[in-house]
Write a protein that binds this ligand. Structure first.
Ligand SMILES: *[C@@H]1O[C@H](CO)[C@@H](O)[C@H](O)[C@H]1NC(C)=O
Ligand SMILES: *[C@@H]1O[C@H](CO)[C@@H](O)[C@H](O)[C@H]1NC(C)=O
Ligand SMILES: CC(=O)N[C@H]1CO[C@H](CO)[C@@H](O)[C@@H]1O
Length: 455
């Protein structure tokens, strides 16, 4: 049986490898054979030179059933599936949110709509997934035995079904006068005097989402004649596994460096101002009074998670100009830092001047814990060599309920080998048992193991 032989080979290599790399080796084996990949396209997004689309799409195609999401990524493509570089279409952000809707209700019927939010405190950041320009090169992989569990029939209210909402904010910057200005939503380039709700712009508001909303137009180069409309899509790729009792569900938290911490008491205060401002501006360093030789703008906020857990994954979201973000525990311990990497060339995924990826944190499960009610410090750094408007400093965290320490061989099948044992013979024994278990599982899943679900 080649499968169990492979296991022995793997186990032998596990014993020879250092602790960090054998975590990876354990994962490949456990995870990949039953992971399914679904690739979907958003509804078409029509863009002409300099134009903005910021639309919400209800009931988007999504993997159905009681499953665990392992990763979620997206990118902008054209009708032929070609990747579109950020200097042509800037992906300001995409956001995917979960909701329940009464079975016979029409989308948009707010009475019959229940927003199934993440576990974070920002009421206006309730999404499950969301990134921006960095989406092509940012790992969103949720390691085994963890997963973002969705579609649990026990959680969906009676008479309702679970659906997904997609928001894509894209800015076409071909032939615009000031590319960075358009992506940073500078109001002077957008010829707007009121925000998306028709309210006049606040005094001193020079750039941000209130100036580059849906159907607005960024100034194109003088003399440029309209080059026609282009049809694009957000292509999103969801990796997932069927739910099984060995999966440990993670909770999603989104922290925001602009969070003021003023949460209205009770959940009814829906029109109270949001404590998370989502975006902010970075003044340029020569205009600030302080001697700031490095020209780094450091934003900082304190946030409390009423209910904590063990950190499984962390990543920050920043815009152009970002130079890093970090989360610290109450005792000052660094919990996770996440740094942007900028592209160097022309092609999609490596566009010079744009953040094309963010580094991520995968602490050893159980090694970093956030206590209930712990006061965390979130820091977001931007270069202030020049002014930046409409920047963001979000931090995504995946947390799991702390697991009881394992001390019986019986529970081995729940967990990957490496965390458990120091003595090689125990690994070997455990490995033998796991090989049998894995082979049995493998056989059971054989029929659907490599099925690709493409819609
Ligand atoms: C700016 O907006 C005004 C009124 O909304 C319009 O009349 C004018 O043509 C616009 N200018 C440009 C350059 O688009
Ligand atoms: C943020 O900038 C400050 C000041 O330059 C620096 O001390 C800190 O290490 C930076 N943090 C990150 C995460 O880049
Ligand atoms: C197809 C697939 O899901 N591959 C994953 C296998 O596991 C590694 C981690 O060990 C992931 O990075 C891959 O994405």
């Amino acid at each position: 049986m080649w499968y169990s032989q492979l296991w022995i080979v793997l186990l032998l290599s596990i014993m020879l490898l250092s602790s960090s790399s054998y975590i990876a080796a354990g994962r490949v084996e456990e995870e990949n054979y039953s992971v399914k990949t679904s690739v979907f396209l958003s509804p078409p997004i029509y863009l002409k030179h300099g134009s903005v689309q910021d639309k919400y799409y209800h009931d988007i195609p999504f993997p159905r059933g009681h499953i665990a999401i392992k990763s979620f990524n997206g990118e902008v493509v054209d009708e032929n599936g070609n990747s579109i570089p950020l200097h042509e279409t800037y992906l300001h952000h995409w956001v995917v949110a979960r909701y329940y809707i009464q079975k016979e209700a029409k989308d948009g019927d707010s009475e019959k709509f229940i927003y199934a939010r993440n576990s974070g405190a920002c009421r206006n950041l309730g999404q499950y997934f969301g990134l921006g320009s960095e989406t092509r090169k940012t790992s969103t992989w949720v390691p085994d035995p963890y997963g973002i569990v969705i579609g649990n029939p026990m959680e969906i209210p009676e008479g309702y079904e679970e659906k997904w909402l997609l928001n894509v904010h894209a800015i076409d910057t071909r032939n615009v006068e000031d590319r960075l200005g358009c992506t940073e939503c500078k109001c002077s380039l957008y010829n707007v005097t009121s925000d998306q709700y028709g309210r006049p712009l606040a005094n001193g508001y020079v750039g941000g989402l209130h100036c580059c909303y849906d159907e607005t137009q960024c100034r194109v180069k003088e003399g440029f004649i309209n080059g026609g409309v282009r049809k694009l899509y957000l292509k999103y790729t969801v990796k997932w596994v069927e739910w099984n009792p060995r999966i440990l569900p993670v909770k999603i938290f989104i922290l925001d460096v602009t969070d003021t911490g003023d949460y209205p008491p009770g959940s009814s205060a829906m029109n109270a101002p949001f404590s998370c401002k989502v975006e902010y501006s970075v003044p340029s360093c020569d205009s600030s009074s302080e001697a700031n030789r490095e020209c780094v703008d450091v934003r900082r906020t304190k946030v409390v998670l009423p209910h904590g857990g063990d950190i499984i994954y962390g990543v920050a979201h920043q815009h152009t100009g970002g130079v890093g973000s970090a989360l610290y525990g109450e005792d000052g311990q660094l919990l996770c830092s996440s740094y942007p990497f900028y592209g160097k060339g022309e092609e999609a995924g490596d566009e010079a001047g744009y953040i094309v990826g963010m580094s991520t944190c995968y602490p050893k499960p159980g090694s970093l814990n956030i206590r209930d009610g712990e006061l965390l410090t979130l820091i977001s750094n931007y270069s202030s060599l020049r002014i930046h408007t409409g920047v963001m400093g979000l931090f995504y965290l995946l947390l799991v309920e702390p697991q009881p320490k394992l001390n019986t061989l019986f529970s081995l099948q729940q967990v990957t080998v490496p965390y458990l044992v120091e003595n090689w013979w125990v690994i070997l024994l455990a490995g033998g048992i796991m090989a049998v278990v894995a082979a049995a599982i493998y056989r059971r899943n054989e029929t659907d193991s490599y099925q690709m679900v493409v819609s």
